[in-house]
Design a protein around this ligand. Structure first.
Ligand SMILES: Nc1nc2c(ncn2[C@@H]2O[C@H](COP(=O)(O)OP(=O)(O)OP(=O)(O)O)[C@@H](O)[C@H]2O)c(=O)[nH]1
Length: 392
């Protein structure tokens, strides 16, 4: 499907940049327009692919291009004040050519955390196209203020978008890695999953080789349950024969077609299980998800309807949902078969409850420290017997 992507804040901008790189590399054509919004000038200058005319610096009078320093209330205020500047860039997007808006932001900071729900509300008021969010949760070692920001932004963002896709940095962090190289890898993982998902609805031309290509309306319908979504992924390499054909690792020695078909089916069903039961972008219980979409991507010879149908049925049983869609995304020159599962409207998410608990504690702590600090300052400044008078 074709998206207008808007990266809000540093993380958002970097991830949009990555999607543009992915589009160039794979030719998937999902980013119809790319916009980056920030209060920090340096972050906008650091982007590589978002066109310069689509980089919007907001809040110049308030923060002079230096960012909001993780103050997401200020981030939200600035976004409201300067929404016209963002809109003037969005005015250049050929909205009739897009299937949806996707606002991407890290929810732990200030600019993206505060600004993205404001932008979502604004876009929903103006356009009929769906407005989705891709919200990145901070990792738990980032500290209380980031957790508090994320918990408050999450509540607001979910309410303002048609569906909030969530990626949890905490589930993907590796120890002993610098933040930057860590993010680089994490951003690759994000783009791979969402790239396949959204790219699936963009297949044209070659569709006769595919058995049941996913259409962008199926992605939209799956996301129409609203609420919160998570994505699972699993892939397996299929090695190329010297003749140029594909030789799967499971393939038997003989050239028995039935055997090949059975192997293809088995591989698909096993990839579906791995994707659903492995690490999700937002770890959660898949039981109770309202809707799901299964996408199998890979060379057309390695995809079959039977495998996808079995995978779909299995997902129905696991989620208890009657709305599980499935289809394929043929990529002729790929040497991987990948399964991507979108679980929409998930409810049983212990991670969110934990995030909220830590956020409440952080908020209480902050209030306590503030109250104490006022008292301490008064004790320091006032003389004990109150014999001095201030100047005015
Ligand atoms: N996955 C991922 N997460 C990131 C990246 N950069 C930052 N984050 C996360 O996003 C959160 C917000 O960071 P930024 O995007 O830098 O913040 P901002 O929206 O620019 O806001 P301010 O810097 O406070 O003005 C951080 O707490 C991290 O959890 C990135 O490149 N990838």
């Amino acid at each position: 499907m074709k998206l207008a992507m808007i990266g809000f804040g540093q993380a958002g901008g970097k991830i949009v940049d990555k999607f543009l790189e992915y589009d160039d590399r794979t030719g998937s054509g999902i980013v119809r327009s790319a916009v980056a919004v920030n209060t920090a000038k340096a972050d906008l200058l650091g982007l590589e692919r978002v066109p310069e005319e689509n980089r919007v610096l907001i809040g110049q009078t308030r923060v002079k291009g230096h960012g909001v320093g993780a103050d997401n209330e200020l981030g939200a205020e600035i976004a409201e004040e300067d929404i016209d500047e963002v809109q003037s860039v969005i005015d250049n997007i050929p909205v009739h050519e897009i299937d949806a808006f996707l606002i991407i932001a890290g929810l732990g900071g200030g600019t993206g955390s505060g600004g993205s729900p404001v932008l979502a509300k604004h876009l929903k008021r103006i356009y009929t196209e769906p407005v989705y969010g891709l919200g990145i949760l901070p990792s738990s070692d980032e500290g209380g203020i980031y957790t508090l920001n994320a918990a408050r932004s999450f509540q607001t963002f979910v309410r303002e978008v048609d569906n909030l896709l969530v990626f949890d940095n905490d589930a993907w962090r590796k120890t002993g890695e610098s933040m930057e190289s860590g993010y680089e890898e994490i951003n690759d993982e994000i783009v791979k999953r969402f790239g396949i998902l959204f790219g699936a609805g963009e297949v044209t031309g070659d569709s006769e080789v595919a058995e049941s290509v996913v259409d962008s309306s199926e992605i939209v319908n799956t996301l129409a349950s609203g609420g919160v979504s998570t994505v699972g992924y699993a892939a397996e390499q299929v090695t190329r024969e010297s003749s140029g054909g594909l030789l799967s690792r499971f393939k038997s020695d003989g050239s028995d077609d039935n055997m090949d078909a059975a192997n293809t089916t088995n591989r698909i069903t096993s990839l579906v299980r791995k994707a659903a039961l492995g690490r999700l972008t937002l770890p959660c219980e898949i039981d109770g998800a309202e809707r799901a979409l299964l996408v199998l991507s890979g060379p057309p010879t390695e995809l079959n309807r039977k495998g996808i149908e079995r995978g779909r049925k299995w997902l129905e049983e696991q989620t208890g949902s009657m709305e599980v869609r499935g289809g394929d995304y043929p990529v002729s020159d790929s040497s991987y078969v990948a399964s991507v599962i979108l679980l929409s409207g998930v409810h049983n998410v212990p991670r969110i409850k934990e995030l909220q608990q830590v956020a409440i504690e952080a908020q209480e702590n902050i209030d306590e420290i503030r109250a104490e600090s006022e008292e301490n300052l008064e004790q320091l400044v006032e003389d004990d017997e109150d014999e001095l008078d201030p100047l005015f």
